[in-house]
Write a protein that binds this ligand. Structure first.
Ligand code: NCD
Ligand code: ZN
Ligand code: ZN
Length: 511
């Protein structure tokens, strides 16, 4: 028997992507030190009785907006990460459309300063845009874990990178193995349609969907997949929403393109039927679509075309979400605190297994961002990022109880069965018996130091923007033809005929 450890959690059923089994889990310091028979656990300073609960790796949310710097009236790192802690989420990856956007070293410094208040661990997506191409390496050096390209216009109005800049960005990131999140909608299609809808006087919530049809997503995904495949860059499709664009991703994955894909509870469980009652509250990018899209997204998760669940936690104040004119409502709503109960409810309904859920919420994101195997699994040596869930607990989601500053949610009033009750981040309780542990604010740390992406696989290096600046060794020194070249270069060819021409014709040649 080893020495005393900090904590033993006993009585729970441990869930991995492959199995559910009864085991005790011993935690010492920041890590899990043993998983197994309760009788074999080391003595512990603290024992948590978890009879009847399931013990899962904490969820890893690839997509949150914590708004600081720039919009602290919408959210802060303290409130956003408190929502994560109470939602069973132990690591978040935060988006760069803050103000200033996370595309300069100074903006990154401000963000890392704000993130010091976090309850949960975090990665930072830096901005990939025309203006940041020359700073990507510096931003990585200074702490970003990954990049985000706003190919489709959305909150923050960051200009979409040109295709040329996107290609160049991918060329730079491919040899580094770094993954880029893409908001994949076609901005030009959307701008044109939005102008037409406004001119026609459309102000109703469905006008937002009409401005952003599925074809905008199909086209943008096709384009970024092409650039990723050519360069060998890793990409991640944010908030996948349309059934119609799944085929592009299925084919890309079959060809070996390293593209990971997330969808969010709102695209699985909400559709235009809900628009009549909720209006601008449901304004989000990409838009909430027709009911026919929901089921294929579930199937794509099962099939592995969609890899994971993220939330696109995008808080705005109730006032910003409830304006009369749809074009005046800010896009997005909070989600990091409600994802787990919503998804566990679907598990209880038989939509998926708890093992599927662990694959989608923890294993796949940990692998995508290079923080596996330290995070995303329950095993000796891994970080003690743990959520204990009660699959029988029934509750009604209440927007007034959210930790987020934005206490407005389309899920308000929805009954869930299955809720997180304790959350630990690297061995420390950040939520206990449903209550936020307020003195754990600031415990969260960047995952940058533990990130290890798999070996990069860049392609077509001889055609990159940096490679073409150097002329090849055998390039002619100037564009002027050599003296006499015009009549002499074909002299050696006995016949300049199509290779399939009859041989008689070839020898006859053009003599
Ligand atoms: C997001 C936001 O508010 O920052 N809004 C949204 O509608 N999803 C931006 C984004 O993810 O596109
Ligand atoms: Zn987006
Ligand atoms: Zn987002």
């Amino acid at each position: 028997m080893t020495g005393m450890v900090d904590l033993v959690i006993r009585g729970a059923k441990v869930v991995s992507a492959e199995a559910i089994y009864e085991a005790a889990v011993a935690v010492d310091g920041e890590c899990i030190v043993a998983v197994g028979d309760e009788a074999l656990m080391p003595p512990a300073r603290q024992v948590l009785d978890a009879d009847g609960l399931y013990l899962l790796p904490g969820a890893i949310d690839s997509h949150v907006h914590f708004r600081d710097p720039g919009y602290p009236h919408k959210e802060t790192w303290r409130t956003g990460s408190a929502a994560a802690a109470c939602g069973g989420v132990t690591t978040v990856f935060e988006m760069p459309n803050t103000n200033p956007p996370t595309g300069t070293l100074e903006a990154l410094r401000m963000k890392l300063e704000a993130a010091r208040h976090s309850y949960v661990d975090y990665g930072i997506h830096g901005l990939l845009g025309d203006d940041t191409i020359d700073r990507l390496e510096d931003l990585l050096e200074a702490g970003v874990t990954s990049f985000k390209a706003f190919v489709g216009n959305t909150f923050g109005n960051l200009p979409a990178p040109s295709d040329g800049a996107l290609l160049e960005g991918f060329e730079k990131l491919a040899p580094l193995g770094i993954r880029t999140v893409v908001h994949a909608e076609n901005s030009s299609i959307m701008a044109r349609r939005e102008a037409q809808l406004k001119a026609a006087g459309r102000r109703d919530p469905l006008a937002h969907l009409d401005a952003r049809p599925a074809v905008a997503e199909i086209e943008a995904i096709g384009r970024v997949v092409t650039l990723a495949e050519w360069t060998g860059a890793r990409i991640h499709i944010a908030h996948h929403s349309a059934a119609d664009s799944l085929f592009v991703l299925r084919d890309a994955k079959r060809r070996g393109v390293d593209v990971t894909v997330e969808t969010c509870p709102q695209y699985l469980l909400i559709n235009t039927d809900h628009m009549k009652k909720l209006g601008g509250l449901l304004r989000v990018n990409p838009p909430i679509r027709e009911p026919r899209h929901n089921e294929p997204l579930w199937q794509a998760l099962q099939e592995g075309v969609i890899d994971m669940i993220a939330t696109d936690h995008a808080p705005h104040t109730p006032e910003e979400k409830s304006r009369e004119d749809i074009w005046a409502c800010d896009c997005g709503f909070p989600g990091v605190e409600t994802q787990m109960p919503l998804m566990l409810t679907e598990v209880n309904r038989g939509r998926a297994s708890l093992m599927d859920y662990v694959r989608w919420s923890a294993v796949a994101p940990a692998k995508a961002w290079g923080i596996w195997p330290l995070k995303g699994r329950i095993a000796p040596g891994a970080h003690a990022d743990i959520v204990l869930v009660d699959m029988n607990r029934r509750a009604t989601l209440q927007q007034g109880r959210l930790q987020s500053i934005s206490r407005i949610s389309p899920w308000h009033g929805r009954t869930v069965v299955g809720t997180p009750c304790h959350t630990l981040v690297r061995g420390r309780f950040v939520m206990r018996e449903g209550q936020l542990v307020t003195d754990a604010a600031g415990w969260g740390a960047s995952v940058k130091s533990i990130q290890k992406m798999p070996p990069p696989r860049p392609r077509n290096l001889d055609t990159t923007s940096s490679a073409i600046r150097r002329a090849p060794a055998d390039a002619p020194a100037s564009a002027r033809a050599a003296p006499g070249a015009q009549d002499s270069i074909w002299a050696d060819e006995s016949a300049y005929l199509h290779p399939l021409a009859p041989s008689g014709a070839r020898t006859g040649g053009a003599s």
